[in-house]
Design a protein around this ligand. Structure first.
Ligand code: C2E
Ligand code: MG
Ligand code: MG
Ligand code: MG
Length: 287
């Protein structure tokens, strides 16, 4: 890493500088290779979506799913978004990848509807939207075209955005959100609690759902501060009339804590990780 390399520069003078430059070159060329591989991946349709069920713990029912991108790499196997999302975003390839995710998500909903596996009033697919994708000028039209092309009700789709995206350009973002909302599309704020939202501007956002970030859930049964944050977020959602879902629920104790605090919707390994469409359909059928 650059910071370690820099340390070695200081430690060993001239040789260190050569080492540092070498490390930088390696990093740059690896990145370039990844960019090229990603372009290939888009062309060859090596991406796929996995679906993580979202549960209502009080009714024990699947109320929706989150679509999470995966890369079926010809040599490396299944690769998660942590390994490539940043490069997609920085290189601008996220626009093509994001379009693909949107359409694939719509096709998934259309198939579930056609196979009568879901009730459109009671099931919603969440899709993650990247900052660059949301900011592009044709985004509203693209979403409108996708839902009409695939013949799905707008209510079956939810867009996940982050607090950071909103803050960058509050008025523009809100205007766009209203346009999409007029189509019937709903919004979730992802990773909620890790950004800088103040109550006053959260109130202005046409948001339907807050997703409590998994970092607070992880230790909520052990760490008093995290427990307080979770309580505060639940109270905030209630006062703003927003729905809530907890992310990253892994244990029965975490779920018990959430239920005690009045949050019964969750996603996490406790019920299931993100799985293939086939496996998801089995979960829907009741395992
Ligand atoms: P996210 O939207 O916050 O998604 C939740 C992440 O937490 C997912 O990681 C999911 O697999 C993981 N997770 C779910 N339950 C648990 C749990 O119980 N414990 C733990 N430790 N982790 C859990 P994943 O799939 O690696 O995705 C990482 C991030 O990549 C996502 O975070 C999202 O920001 C981004 N991402 C994924 N798919 C897309 C996409 O299609 N488009 C965009 N723009 N971003 C995406
Ligand atoms: Mg998400
Ligand atoms: Mg999240
Ligand atoms: Mg995240």
């Amino acid at each position: 890493r650059a910071d370690i390399a820099l340390y070695q520069v200081k430690a060993s003078g001239r040789d260190g500088i050569a080492f540092f430059e070498q490390q930088m070159q390696i990093a740059a060329s690896q990145r370039l290779t990844l960019e090229t591989d990603l372009r290939q991946a888009l062309q060859n349709e090596e991406f796929c979506l996995h679906y993580q069920p979202q549960m209502d713990a009080s009714s024990q029912r699947i109320i929706g799913a989150e679509a999470l991108i995966r890369w079926q790499h010809p040599e490396r196997g299944l690769v998660g978004p942590g390994a490539f999302m940043e490069v997609l975003e920085e290189s601008g390839q996220i626009l093509a990848a994001g379009s693909w995710v949107l359409h694939e998500g719509c096709r998934f909903i259309a198939r579930l509807l056609e196979q009568r596996r879901i009730d459109p009033q009671q099931f919603c697919l969440s899709i993650n939207i990247s900052p660059r994708q949301f900011r592009q000028s044709g985004f509203v039209d693209e979403v409108a075209a996708a839902i009409s092309q695939h013949g799905i009700p707008a209510q079956a789709l939810k867009l996940e955005i982050t607090e950071g995206m909103v803050i960058q350009n509050v008025n523009d973002t809100i205007a766009k959100m209203h346009q999409l909302r007029n189509l019937g599309i709903r919004f979730a704020i992802d990773d909620f609690g890790t950004g800088y939202s103040s109550l006053s501007y959260l109130k202005r956002l046409p948001v339907d759902l807050l997703k409590i970030d998994q970092s607070f859930i992880r230790d909520c049964t052990r760490d008093g501060n995290d427990a307080e944050i979770v309580r505060a977020i639940i109270a905030m959602a209630r006062s703003l009339n927003m729905d809530l879902i907890a992310e990253g629920v892994e244990t029965g104790q975490q779920l018990a804590f959430l239920l005690e605090q009045g949050c019964s919707n969750y996603q996490g390994y406790l019920f299931s990780p993100a799985v293939t469409e086939d496996a998801f359909c089995q979960l829907l059928a009741g395992r």
